[in-house]
Ligand binder design. Structure first.
Ligand code: B3K
Ligand code: ZN
Length: 876
């Protein structure tokens, strides 16, 4: 396939100033008439052909300035349209008529049908499946859209911008016209038509403009959209307060659809959502679902400024909108909930998804330089690491200069398609700082590592940190340059008090941050009489790994006393990880794993520490996941041994804390009516993780059943069902609970997704057979991305012992399924296929079998560009 390169970027010869679209909707034959006002860019020869992108299109008619073109004047294939001899005038009008079949569009890109609703997905390159166009983000055009459809089938007709006209047509048809005054790239185009229920509200902006808000859902589900609407209004208000950004159209609409390739899409004035991220009440959604809905509603709304008003020059700049918008939604959630808890959750996600990407064959810079298929670059690196890079800019500049930089960004680039260079420049200009070395965070792939050791000289009253940076090689980048790493730190003395110091030599240290710029720094703190414990990467100031020579006593001390709540969590998490790695080695050596009593006791103290928020305690008690442990071990992975080590630690903690945990468990029971707020959710999270421990002991086995039966919300019900199904798989209680849940929710697809997830996550060698059988379940469908991700995605990326079954059966099932999904939906198949990205870290037996599976996919004829790109890079 073709490789797109950043350095090949050229502005297009032509611009499209105005785009007027007419849709005559019909499932099998929708007619699209596009009238494009084209302008030749200054300095471009009049003889330059106008070449438009297409993807599987049928051209029915073509005219310029009112005259039909003759064969020979143009060349059309399904994937390209070239106007060979454009008019001499620098501006002309091109009219194109194409025909498409939304009902047969199973890739869910372009215009498609989801449960009888017409909807669109155009990012990144879906617009070219609707009409021929300059389908690239630097072509900004003003859109007017007329939609025609039978009134009974599609009473609702929506597009971007503001509604300007509507009315009846002959034969029961009707029409609506929408106009979007803001020039936008084609990937932000959207259309929705169908019969949907509406939840209406309004928001008055800072300057007093009233905006009509609408959330459209499957009729009958209106009562499930209240939380999303509330989150939307809070997002609108927050963006005014935190970033001075006001909404700019008369209406803002959100539509929830049930077939969607990802979470949601920020189309101008008409966001389209996976219904999983809109619909929620306590009966159907967990606290995690509520938090996701809040974050994604905010994320898409925030794109209105970071993405839509200022968009990307080309797809290499994707992180310009995504990294920044993730940063903004993180800040929003931190303000709405608990900042400390939010930060820990973010870091856990980054480590679980971005670190393995950065440390494996799919590693790429936050701003990639090459791609074969852009859809494969909507990654944790672009999104989450991209957000961390913005977080670091804020750390380096401080809150005030950061805000000035953002203000300058909006002022300078509004209405433009910008680059990462533009973005960095506003912060340099606003702060007077030089960010050229820092810019490597965008250009260089791989997770930097810092090796740190410390020493104290009591006589000289000097404390010294020796810090060395290295960036491991990544595909096609073997030599790395030295980075600018802002390392948050604290010197911690008795009782957790900060230790003061005098002059510092060896590095710039400001506001609790050491600026690492060289390979090696020897940082000397003078005037330090007593040896302090050192707390490193406070607040997770940089997305790096640490190799610290640190006394275990210091780790225990920090886990109990660090005043930085992130680092305190980190200290305990590191102790757990170290214990798990040691236990893994014991299991491999045929020994029963043993754990220090002070570790299991500390777990008990943290659980009971009333000075800590319940949500924080819950995060501390949730052991590093099997994949996290595998990543920290690095190679020779035997998932069964990791599982055994982790179970042994959980059991040791449960045994050491039975009384403490049962007492807490009782006291945390929900009293009063349900509320999805962060504090209530935190109490449920703590209680449910305690249940998970208690159910490991014979005395606690019955607790899960009681918890399941008495649950009055989905958070508790799903948590108890998980404990039953995962900890007591095959027991009569587990079977009964699974069957009861299935009977109760068989007609609620989103709740059934939870059931599929729980079943796909059952540890052990039998699950592959269960999952294979469940692909025949009446609620399952290979055509629906949510179903596929719940069953197949959970099994392959969240069930280490099941998927990595030693005989390779998990991989064989995976190969078949990925190829089956690919026939309909290459994007979803390619995403699934990334589950094997860490195959080289497996022990030799599994490694060979995983390779066979990847080779089987790679050897398949007529593979889509999406899947081929992933498997070939994974194998390279
Ligand atoms: N911008 C979309 C993602 C589009 C993915 C295309 N394959 C959602 C978001 O990040 O807000
Ligand atoms: Zn986004």
């Amino acid at each position: 396939g073709h490789v797109f390169k950043l350095e090949d970027y050229r502005p297009s010869d032509y611009l499209i100033l105005q785009t007027s679209l007419v849709f005559r909707l019909s499932p099998e034959a929708t007619c699209v008439i596009a009238t494009l006002t084209i302008e030749r860019r200054e300095g471009v020869a009049a003889s330059a052909p106008l070449v438009l992108d297409g993807d599987g299109l049928t051209l029915l008619g073509i005219a310029i300035d009112g005259r039909d073109l003759q064969p020979g004047d143009y060349a059309a294939t399904p994937d390209e349209l070239a106007v060979l001899k454009p008019p001499a005038a620098s501006r002309f009008e091109l009219v194109l008529e194409t025909e498409i079949a939304p009902a047969r569009n199973e890739a869910l890109m372009g215009l498609y049908r989801s449960s009888n609703v017409y909807c669109t997905q155009c990012e990144a390159e879906g617009f070219r499946r609707i009409t021929y166009f300059l389908d690239r983000p630097d072509i900004l055009s003003i859109y007017t859209v007329r939609i025609e459809a039978p009134h009974n089938e599609a009473p609702l007709l929506l597009s971007n911008g503001n509604p300007v006209d509507s009315g009846a047509l002959a034969d029961g048809w009707h029409y609506a016209v929408w106009h979007d005054p803001f020039p936008k790239p084609s990937y932000l185009f959207a259309l929705v038509a169908g019969a949907l229920g509406k939840v209406a509200d309004s928001f008055t902006t800072l300057s007093g403009r009233k905006v009509e808000l609408g959330i459209y859902v499957e009729p009958g589900k209106e009562r499930l959209a209240g939380y999303a609407m509330d989150a939307l209004k809070r997002s609108m208000k927050w963006d005014e307060e935190a970033f001075g950004r006001e909404y700019d159209l008369d209406v803002f609409n959100i539509v929830a659809v049930s077939d969607f390739n990802m979470g949601a899409m920020e189309n101008k004035g008409l966001n389209i959502f996976n219904d999983k991220y809109v619909l929620a009440n306590e009966e159907t959604a967990t606290d995690a679902d509520f938090a996701n809905i809040e974050a994604i509603i905010a994320h898409e709304y925030f794109h209105n400024w970071t993405g839509n008003r200022i968009t990307c020059r080309d797809w290499f700049q994707l992180c310009l909108k995504e990294g920044l918008t993730v940063y903004r939604d993180h800040e929003f959630s931190a303000d709405q909930r608990s900042r400390a808890v939010k930060r820990i959750a973010e870091v856990r996600t980054l480590r679980a998804h971005q670190f393995p990407e950065d440390q494996g064959p799919l590693a790429h810079p936050v701003r990639p330089r090459r791609y074969r298929e852009i859809n494969n670059f909507y990654t944790a690196t672009v999104y989450e690491k991209g957000s961390e890079v913005v977080h670091m800019i804020r750390t380096i500049l401080g809150a005030e200069a950061f805000r000035s930089g953002m203000d300058l960004y909006f002022e300078r680039h509004d209405g433009e398609a910008a680059t990462i260079e533009d973005f960095l420049k506003v912060f340099e200009d606003a702060s007077g700082r030089d960010l050229s070395q820092f810019a490597l965070w965008y250009h260089q792939a791989g997770t930097p590592n810092l090796t740190v050791s410390s020493s104290h000289n009591a006589r000289a009253k000097e404390f010294t940190l020796e810090i060395e940076q290295s960036v491991p090689p990544t595909p096609s980048e073997s030599r790395k340059r030295l980075m600018h790493i802002p390392l948050g730190f604290g010197l911690v003395g008795a009782g957790g008090k900060p230790v003061s110091y005098g002059d510092v030599e060896g590095a710039t240290v400001e506001d609790g941050v050491i600026h690492i710029r060289k390979r090696r720094h020897v940082v000397r703190f003078t005037g330090v009489a007593e040896r302090p414990a050192v707390s490193l990467n406070r607040g997770f100031s940089a997305p790096v790994t640490l190799s610290v020579e640190q006394k275990t006593d210091d780790q225990f001390f920090l886990a109990g006393h660090d005043s930085d709540s992130f680092s305190r969590w980190q200290a305990f998490n590191t102790l757990l990880t170290d214990a798990l790695i040691a236990a893994f080695r014991q299991v491999l050596g045929g020994k029963p794993p043993a754990f220090a009593q002070r570790l299991t006791e500390l777990a008990g103290r943290i659980a009971a520490d009333e000075t800590l928020e319940p949500a924080y305690r819950a995060l501390a008690l949730s052991l590093p996941g099997e994949a996290d442990i595998a990543r920290d071990i690095g190679k020779g992975i035997d998932p069964d041994a990791i599982f055994a080590a982790r179970e042994a630690l959980a059991l040791a903690i449960a045994r050491a804390n039975w009384e403490n945990f049962t007492g807490l468990y009782e006291r945390l029971a929900d009293k009063g009516p349900f509320s999805p707020d962060a504090a209530s959710a935190g109490r449920r999270a703590l209680r449910n993780i305690l249940l998970d421990y208690l159910a490991l002991l014979p005395e606690g086995a019955a607790l899960a059943t009681t918890h399941f039966r008495s649950a009055s919300n989905m958070t508790d019900r799903a948590a108890a069902l998980t404990v039953l199904a995962h900890r007591h798989a095959g027991s009569a209680e587990a079977q009964q609970a699974l069957a009861g849940f299935e009977a109760k929710y068989r007609n609620d697809a989103l709740v059934m997704d939870k059931w599929f997830q729980i079943r796909a996550g059952v540890p052990g060698s039998k699950t592959v057979e269960t999952v294979r059988a469940l692909t025949g379940h009446p609620a399952f469908s290979m055509a629906n991305p949510n179903r596929v991700r719940s069953l197949i995605g959970t099994f392959s990326s969240a069930n280490q012992t099941g998927f990595h079954r030693a005989d390779g059966e998990g991989y064989r099932f995976f190969t078949e399924t990925v190829l089956e999904v690919e026939k309909r939906n290459p994007q979803v198949a390619a995403r699934l296929a990334t589950a094997l990205r860490s195959w080289r870290s497996l022990e030799p037996g599994r490694q060979a079998k995983a390779r066979e599976a990847l080779l089987a996919i790679a050897g398949t004829e007529k593979l889509s560009a999406d899947l081929r790109d992933i498997v070939e890079r994974t194998l390279a």
